[in-house]
Design a protein. Structure first.
Length: 278
């Protein structure tokens, strides 16, 4: 009878008092861990915004602002997650040992991710492009809006956001249209036989000189570029600011067309023999 009374206050050999104490301790640690995560992530967000504001105020390069603020957020989140795990009683030494033992497998699994991180760092150090540059990479053309740790964001002309991983991006070919301050526009215009080339050259040159967006430090180059059985063609080369390239190309097409086609002038389309044969 005394034996029954001794076991009445226990479950699976553990006393009620010990179980209640253990469950209470686990519950408290679990609540504290959740609080650490919630408060930590809130602090992380504010800290990321603070870093961004400080860097912007100090006129740091926009590419570096995005990268460092993003790196700060990720690093702080990892720190708070590790703190929550420690609060739960998970030994960090054991955790590090497990990670070390699984290092090869993790390295293989995250090789692409590590490559993207390295690519992001190389972009910031080598600066093949920066925020607001217009680039072409992997057949994608658009304006760079963000450079983060893992990815770079590209905004296309038709307002699509394309996310490119930094690893393949930095290892591939990159065409930067806005790294230099000016670009050359080359227009090829078909003309009919019998045109007074010198007169036409003077008229086009005046048209270009009168346009304030055409750079004046380099003279426009207007020359006969092709002759075939049905017509001839002239090429017009001018230099403009890189930011004006796309818009001015279309504008000059219209202006030159209007000039050559006035007074009944006839523009004969250039015949592409290759396309006709197909």
């Amino acid at each position: 009878m005394g034996k029954i009374n001794n076991n009445a206050g226990s479950i699976l050999g553990y006393k009620y008092e010990d179980l209640v104490h253990y469950i209470s301790e686990v519950a408290i640690n679990l609540i504290l861990s959740v609080v650490i995560i919630i408060v930590g992530f809130w602090i992380t967000k504010r800290l990321g915004n603070l870093v961004r504001r400080v860097l912007v105020k100090s006129k740091t390069d926009e590419s570096l602002v995005s990268f460092l603020s993003n790196l700060t957020v990720i690093s702080c989140k990892i720190l708070f997650v590790l703190s929550a795990m420690a609060q739960l009683g998970i030994a960090m030494t054991s955790f590090v040992t497990i990670l070390g033992a699984a290092g090869i497998a993790i390295g293989l699994a995250f090789s692409g991710t590590l490559s993207n991180i390295a690519g992001g760092i190389m972009i910031l150090v080598l600066k093949p492009f920066k925020i607001n540059d217009v680039i072409v990479s992997q057949t994608i053309q658009g304006r760079v809006t963000e450079i983060l740790i893992f990815n770079t964001y590209i905004l296309t002309d038709d307002n699509k956001v394309i996310i490119l991983p930094n690893g393949p991006l930095v290892n591939g070919n990159i065409i930067n249209f806005t790294k230099e301050n000016k670009r050359k526009i080359v227009l090829v215009v078909p003309i009919s036989f019998g045109e007074d080339l010198n007169l036409l050259r003077k008229e086009i040159n005046k048209l270009l000189v009168d346009n304030i967006k055409v750079l004046k430090d380099t003279e426009p180059l207007i020359q006969l570029s092709a002759i075939n059985e049905t017509n001839a063609a002239i090429s017009i080369s001018i230099w403009v600011k890189s930011s004006e390239f796309s818009k001015l190309s279309l504008t000059l097409n219209e202006l030159v067309y209007g000039l050559i086609n006035k007074e009944g002038r006839l523009i004969v389309p250039v015949i592409n023999d290759e396309n006709e044969s197909n």
